[in-house]
Write a new protein. Structure first.
Length: 256
């Protein structure tokens, strides 16, 4: 059963003491494809190191995370993103978007950075991977300005309503489904059976958002199996079929 984790921060410091063992556990569970989102320039080299060590398994994104969009540095960071794009291959621009949970005062420059990076994705014919926290309306407003056949990607860690899901799909996005689907109060499990599996990809967002039975603990890609189990129950389909469909969806999005 081949699984794809479309969003995992495997360079995180919390994996410093057992990173290789953690990756091996995932491989043993059939998770063979890891898509690695960028945060800012401080994580770039760590992503490259991961790719060097596991060249057949790691697929890198480039971008500036909305919580790293700061007034005194965001233009320089965006310039660095563009410079890295010129040097090598990436498989998406991400994670990018808007986060109003931590800091509402940066909304204006977050929107600016989001617009610029969507334009960059279109220039390179790449998908975007969207971070959205407490900001569905704001994210949709930006996407509306770029709507078209050349806009595609993933709504990472989707936690919205059914109506939000339909609107995300209207922008040619797939829904990134992770540990939240196993939570009693996660709510997305109440309507995912209405969403065709062709619109779903799997993710862990490791080391965050561990699924049951590890909720509240460090997440890792080996736990993707619990997301598969829950989606299997919701859709009344074999886990192997969930794995096959979602991995094929990831290939469609990322082109690899």
């Amino acid at each position: 059963m081949l699984l794809t984790d479309t969003h995992a921060h495997l360079y995180s410091d919390v994996f410093e003491n057992d990173r290789d063992a953690m990756i091996q556990r995932a491989l043993e569970q059939g998770v063979e494809r890891f898509f690695i989102p960028a945060i800012d320039s401080e994580t770039t080299q760590a992503m490259y190191d991961l790719e060097t060590k596991y060249p057949n398994h790691m697929f890198l994104m480039m971008g500036l995370h909305p919580t790293s969009v700061q007034k005194d540095s965001y233009l320089k960071e965006l310039d660095l993103v563009e410079q890295e794009m010129k040097k090598r291959t990436f498989y998406a621009i991400g994670e990018i978007g808007i986060d109003l949970y931590w800091d509402k005062s940066t909304l204006g420059i977050q929107q600016e950075a989001f617009h610029k990076q969507i334009a960059l994705a279109k220039a390179y014919k790449l998908p975007i991977v969207i971070h959205c926290r407490d900001a569905f309306n704001e994210v949709f407003e930006v996407l509306e300005a770029h709507k078209g056949d050349d806009l595609k990607g993933i709504f990472h860690c989707f936690t919205g309503t059914y109506e939000d899901a339909l609107r995300a799909l209207s922008f040619n996005m797939k829904l990134g489904i992770g540990g939240v689907v196993t939570f009693k109060n996660g709510k997305i499990d109440q309507f995912l059976n209405k969403i065709s599996l062709e619109h779903i990809v799997l993710e862990t967002d490791s080391p965050y958002l561990s699924p049951k039975p590890y909720r509240g603990k460090r997440n890792e890609p080996a736990y993707l199996k619990f997301v598969v189990q829950r989606l299997s129950e919701i859709n009344v389909l074999a886990q192997a079929e969930i794995a096959e469909i979602t991995t094929n969806n990831s290939k469609t999005v990322f082109g690899v």
